[in-house]
Design a binder for this molecule. Structure first.
Ligand code: ACO
Length: 394
């Protein structure tokens, strides 16, 4: 199916609101300041649509649940980059340039895998020199390179040699094979591929915005993705699934959940895997990943506990915070899938980055085609103009 097939079935787009022209712009003192840019429209995108009230997430118009059921990450990445939904679209694991391996061998033992991935992308950029504007070929190469690089780092930090990629595998299956050195379990490879699909794109979140800001200066794709990884590294953005795992370990069994959750909320602690800045309905990504986790026999016991604890948490939120709608978010079931395919918790955040590579690079391409420098204003709150005090004779 091509974009034009799809367009035929779609309703006509609504008339676009006009952008503010320089002549219409008021002085900074008269404009509204929106901390955290909340509610500010800073870009137009045809890539992802998030409706927090309805619990809806679309990639180029297609619902996330259907994409997980009917597609692969390779097909979804191609959809994001080109707008085309093609059966033949594939992404296969890439060979890692020697320069990247050398750089990663030099990293200290305590290096976090997120820092290693950012370093690998930076060295890839120095080696490949992906000039502005970013292209679909650059996006394909970088997205295929990143899992191989992360897997190589994980092996080297254990004193093992990197594994050559197997081009017959999918990107997710190849990542598992390059981590372990063994052929991946097909069910695990499919589950991780579904996680990649779910994590590929989510509107103008902090890391995607960072990526677009860097590209808007006509800088290159590797620099933009390094910045995006830096933004995703922050615990407010990409860090929750590992904490979901330790939370469920702490709770131990569903019978202990009621007491544990009530005490945690009374202390003002956050229950990980619940609540979202945008979603007021059940996160559609959590629903899609729950289905995937239900299909993984290795997760049966863990999932049974997770589902029972989820019911308790949702009931207690409904009772204690009736004015706020707090539902399960994507990280709750992402934790199940990532743990189920055998990843150690410190690989959860960079694996999220591997999935988001498709979305970041698609936004980079879209931003470059708009070719508009992103340069907001700040409201000045410092002292008024005054003379610099003299230090006497110089
Ligand atoms: N546990 C306990 N209380 C919560 C939670 C939670 N998980 N989520 C929201 N609340 C409370 C807030 O403390 C606030 O209470 P108050 O008004 O009595 O102080 C109230 O609910 C309203 O919060 P919201 O406005 O809905 O949430 P906010 O936008 O401030 O925060 C956030 C969203 C940061 C995701 C929050 O829900 C949270 O910390 N959740 C746990 C961490 C987590 O799972 N993060 C992953 C998010 S998904 C993602 O980033 C891909």
């Amino acid at each position: 199916m091509t974009t034009s097939d799809t367009d035929a079935a779609r309703p006509a787009p609504e008339a676009k609101p006009q952008a503010v022209t320089p002549a219409e712009r008021k002085p900074a003192t008269e404009r509204t300041y929106s901390p955290g840019l909340t509610g500010v429209i800073a870009a137009e995108t045809a890539l992802g649509f998030v409706d927090g009230e309805k619990g809806q997430l679309l990639y180029r118009g297609y619902p996330i649940g259907q994409l997980v059921e009917k597609g692969t990450y390779g097909q979804v990445a191609e959809l994001l980059w080109t707008g085309e939904w093609r059966k033949s679209a594939r992404l296969v694991p890439a060979v890692i340039p020697e320069a990247v391996l050398c750089a990663m061998r030099e990293l200290p033992d305590h290096t976090h895998p997120m820092d290693a991935l950012r370093t690998a992308v930076s060295v890839w950029g120095a080696w490949r020199r992906p000039h502005w504007p970013p292209t679909v070929d650059q996006a394909r190469e970088l997205t295929a390179f990143a899992p191989s690089a992360l897997a190589a780092f994980h092996r080297m930090r254990q004193g093992l040699e990197p594994v050559q990629p197997n081009p017959k595998l999918t990107l997710a299956g190849g990542f598992l094979q390059q981590l372990t050195g063994k052929d991946p379990d097909p069910a695990a490879a499919r589950a991780l591929d579904a996680y990649f699909v779910v994590g590929a794109e989510h509107g103008l979140n902090a890391s995607t915005f960072t990526c677009r800001v860097i590209i808007s200066t006509r800088s290159d794709l590797a620099s933009a993705v390094c910045g995006a990884i830096g933004a995703l590294k922050g615990p407010l953005h990409g860090g929750a699934p590992a904490e979901v795992v330790s939370q469920l370990h702490e709770i131990g069994s569903p019978e202990r959940a009621e007491k544990w959750v009530r005490e945690a909320i009374a202390r003002g602690d956050k229950i990980m895997g619940f609540g979202h800045r945008v979603y007021r309905a059940y996160d559609p990504r959590a629903a899609a990943l729950r289905k995937v986790a239900e299909g993984m026999s290795s997760m049966a016991d863990w999932l049974d506990t997770a589902v029972k604890v989820e019911d308790v948490v949702l009931r207690i939120f409904g009772e204690l915070k009736p004015d706020h709608v707090i539902k399960t978010n994507v990280e709750y079931y992402a934790a199940a899938v990532l743990q189920g395919v055998g990843l150690p918790p410190d690989l959860f955040p960079p694996t999220f980055a591997l999935a988001r590579m498709a979305g970041w690079s698609a936004h980079a391409i879209e931003q470059a085609s708009a070719d508009k420098l992103i340069r907001p204003d700040a409201r000045y709150v410092g002292p008024p103009e005054m003379d610099v005090p003299s230090f006497g004779s110089r």
